[in-house]
Design a binder for this molecule. Structure first.
Ligand code: C2E
Ligand code: MG
Ligand code: MG
Ligand code: MG
Length: 280
């Protein structure tokens, strides 16, 4: 193993790099290099996963999820891609790619009489750019999209950090005034704060998959999830459960009066064309 300074492991600590570490650093460097190339060529993809209203059975909206399969580095799942892009700043380009693709898709769906609503995921780093909200609205207008057809999903971690950053709150409020809505994603994973619920223009929350998937395991868990649903509803939030895979989970959520669900039991993330067929 080589002796080297590893910055992200505690400043100036000297540590021994194992072969595994080398491989990881190598992959990360490869990913960064290939990502520039892929973004240039718009070689990323978006899949759309339906979200269904439990009362009406209607597809309320779809969530846009990024996919990347590179000829050299292979499949890079979002959970690997997004943290790297957040760290090196390429998340801005990914966000722009997602927004442009979604706006064009919305326009196309609208022109063919398909009235869908799309959610996109945003990282806090994108909102640290002071021009984020202006640039976003510019894209929406450029494509002639209705801003009310767009939702931005922010994680609890994002919300907690945004609480202390005025310019982020201001940008969110500007977008909210223009008709864009915000959802609190991954709700229940450990950062819930009552303060940001009041400060940020949030109108819905999504209970995290890891929580939903333990719904059938113990009674206490069920009571907790029920509490989360009622908590959200009492604040006039739309409450969505994500990662619903079984009928048993679905029925429990229905009994709790949860507004909508997203998960493999309804449909996997799909390409736009596939989604159109699925909708029929
Ligand atoms: P998320 O926003 O919480 O998205 C839900 C994740 O759960 C997606 O994973 C989806 O494919 C997966 N999922 C949905 N239903 C089920 C189910 O029934 N069972 C299981 N096991 N999984 C289910 P995915 O696509 O791998 O994305 C992971 C995360 O990466 C997302 O979590 C989101 O935080 C982030 N992400 C994805 N696309 C983007 C993007 O364009 N921009 C940003 N900033 N983040 C993104
Ligand atoms: Mg999401
Ligand atoms: Mg989520
Ligand atoms: Mg999640």
């Amino acid at each position: 193993a080589t002796v080297k300074k590893v910055k992200d492991r505690g400043g100036s600590a000297i540590s021994m790099l194992t072969a595994d570490d080398h491989e990881q650093l190598n992959r990360k460097a490869q990913i960064e290099k290939r990502l520039i190339h892929a973004l240039d060529r718009r070689n990323l993809q978006l899949l759309y996963q339906p979200q269904v209203n439990l009362k009406t059975g209607a597809v309320e909206r779809v969530e846009a999820l990024v996919r990347w399969n590179d000829s050299e580095v292979g499949i890079v799942p979002p959970n690997e891609l997004i943290p790297i892009a957040e760290e090196n700043g390429m998340i801005h380009e990914i966000g722009l790619f997602v927004l442009e693709t979604v706006c064009a898709q919305l326009k196309d769906w609208n022109s063919r009489g398909l009235d869908l609503h799309v959610s996109i995921n945003s990282s806090i780093r994108e909102f640290r750019d002071k021009d984020m909200s202006t640039a976003l609205m510019k894209q929406v207008e450029l494509h002639g999209c209705d801003p009310r057809s767009l939702t931005i999903e922010i994680t609890e971690k994002f919300a907690l950090e945004a609480e202390a950053e005025r310019s982020i709150i201001r940008q969110m409020q500007q977008l909210h005034q223009q008709g864009i809505s915000f959802t609190l994603d991954d709700f229940g994973t450990g950062y819930a704060s009552f303060r940001y619920m009041l400060l940020l223009p949030i109108s819905s929350l999504k209970i995290d998959r890891t929580i939903i998937q333990s719904i059938t395991r113990q009674e206490k868990m069920q009571k907790m999830i029920n509490g989360m649903v009622q908590f959200g509803k009492s604040l006039d939030f739309q409450v969505t459960a994500e990662g619903v895979e079984t009928n048993e989970q679905l029925e429990l959520l229905r009994a709790m009066n949860c507004d909508s669900i997203q998960g493999y039991i309804i449909g996997h993330p799909m390409e736009a064309r596939e989604l159109e067929k699925w909708l029929k």
